[in-house]
Design a protein around this ligand. Structure first.
Ligand SMILES: [Zn+2]
Length: 510
């Protein structure tokens, strides 16, 4: 037996074993820290980066000639939603081909609750990406309280804390809220602080899809920061934006406030996706109270309540500065996929409703009665997007999920976030330098979430790398045709395994 094993080892690793498993030669290294690029070779062994420098005479099982292309740390996307989609495509092609090697999921208050069981299941599937998860407030609250529209009792707080404590012990990296969604919207700040403390006890980060991203954004930022201060944990503001036409431009006040908190010693940063449209459910257009206890159908069937919901929706439209629901496009409506890609005014007609706002609200009620819909909303202005992107502590993150080619009409951000920043905001508009953009995709998110051995091209770090030509890298996904992989990421390495080779996903599961 010993002899056979020795023979096998000999056969698999021929005499004079290589210096490296993989060696990338002739690279321009963008190290992730924000430093100016430098020329070097990068050697990897055992899933780690073991050499960065001139290694002209070294041998390797696989040598990749970068031919002056950029080699950067694999991108760390700290804002994703892969629950339910990773099982269908564990390799995560849309992320890999956008240069992503690590995702953090469980954002916006929505996560798996039994993380130990979920992680075990994912291990068996064989993942293409590194995955970490937050534990989500809405998932925890739904488990303990359903969609009750009231404050939690002390007993319910204890039960929710116990679920968060277990998730943190199972490896969660922090606690996320989605306070614009049901049932998180029914909670008060005291509840959020009490729950955040259960995650802070294990060194977790607090990430928040805030209560408001428009007219009341200043109050919402203050709440998020206060949760971090009171619970004693770092804060990441999720997908920072100004999502009301009526207050476009307000990002300067928002960033000034966050800067003030930072000067006072609060560790608060943000993430952002580089698009002018948001993507979420249809229910978010209705008043929160209308969705309580899952009784939306009953409420819509009661004429006075239906009229009250419609009146509040009209008032909200006015507050947003929108003339009608032309900003709202159906992304996913499984019972009538022909609606996908159409705006609410465009769907009103085939539903037999008038094209005016009243008819559009009736259309929304129809879709809610049919179980709701996935939506894309044109809500953000260019000036705010660029200003938020220039702020030094904004990480690039997609807010996307793992996609299956040709299923639904998802937001293009799942396919093209990083390529779009490099093509549009670095190459075309010059909003960021290449080195700074890469920093926001790598070492900044690694710092925030405590991923100590990722996010830099440096000896000893995990061998997560991406290789691309900054002159041609390009996002291809659009709102009209989202199922298009980004192009230009020629090589992506995950824990030393070549996961994308010559621009194509391989069978390797890093
Ligand atoms: Zn969100």
């Amino acid at each position: 037996m010993i002899k056979l094993t020795a023979w096998l080892a000999f056969a698999l690793a021929p005499l004079g074993a290589s210096d490296f498993d993989v060696l990338i030669r002739n690279a321009r290294v963008v190290d992730g820290a924000g430093n100016a690029w430098f020329r070097a070779d990068v050697g990897m062994k055992g899933g780690r980066i073991v050499a960065v420098g001139r290694r002209g005479s070294a041998s390797a099982d696989r040598v990749i000639d970068a031919k002056e292309r950029v080699v950067a740390p694999g991108f760390i996307d700290v804002h994703t939603h892969i629950e339910g989609s990773v099982e269908k495509n564990p390799r995560g092609d849309n992320f890999l081909l956008d240069g992503v090697t690590t995702v953090i999921t469980g954002n916006c208050g929505s996560s798996e609750l039994n993380l130990a069981a979920w992680f075990a299941k994912l291990e068996k599937l064989g993942l293409g990406l590194n995955v970490a998860s937050l534990v989500g407030h809405n998932s925890v609250r739904a488990e303990v309280m359903g969609s009750a529209n009231r404050a939690a009792t002390p007993e319910e707080i204890r039960k929710m804390q116990a679920l968060i404590d277990r998730a943190m012990r199972d490896g969660a990296v922090g606690f996320s809220t989605g306070l614009e969604y049901i049932p998180g919207a029914y909670s008060n700040t005291a509840e959020v602080v009490a729950l955040a403390k259960a995650a802070a006890a294990h060194g977790g980060v607090y990430t928040s899809h805030m209560r408001d991203e428009g007219i009341h954004e200043i109050e919402a930022i203050t709440e998020a920061v206060n949760v971090g201060k009171e619970a004693g944990m770092p804060v990441e503001i999720s997908h920072l934006k100004v999502d009301r036409r009526s207050v476009w431009g307000a990002s300067d006040q928002a960033l000034a406030l966050i800067e003030r908190f930072r000067r006072e010693g609060v560790d608060v940063v943000a993430d952002q996706y580089p698009y002018d449209r948001a993507s979420t459910n249809l229910g978010i257009r209705l008043p929160h109270w209308a969705l309580a206890e899952g009784k939306i159908k009953e409420r819509l069937a009661d004429p006075p309540t239906r009229a009250k919901i419609a009146a509040e929706m009209k008032a909200n439209l006015q507050e947003m500065g929108e003339p009608d629901y032309g900003f709202a496009t159906v992304a996913r409506f499984t019972s009538k996929p022909e609606y996908e890609g159409k705006t609410i005014p465009e769907v009103a007609k085939p539903r037999g409703h008038a094209a005016d706002v009243d008819g559009q609200i009736e259309t929304i009620f129809d879709l809610m009665n049919a179980g709701g819909a996935g939506m894309i909303y044109k809500l953000m202005g260019d000036a705010d997007i660029e200003r938020i992107m220039r702020w030094p502590w904004t990480a690039i993150a997609s807010d996307g999920g793992i996609q299956q080619l040709a299923v639904g009409r998802p937001h293009p951000r799942s396919y093209g976030t990083n390529a779009r920043v490099l093509a549009e905001y670095v190459r075309q508009r010059g909003v960021l330098t290449l080195e700074d953009a890469v920093r926001r995709m790598t070492s900044l998110p690694a710092r925030t979430f405590g991923l100590k051995d990722r996010g830099l091209v440096k000896e000893g770090m995990a061998a997560d790398l991406v290789m691309f030509d900054p002159a041609i890298v390009q996002d291809e996904a659009t709102y009209a045709k989202p199922h298009q992989y980004a192009t230009g990421f020629d090589c992506v390495i995950v824990n030393g395994k070549v996961a994308v080779d010559e621009g194509k996903a391989t069978e390797a599961r890093g």
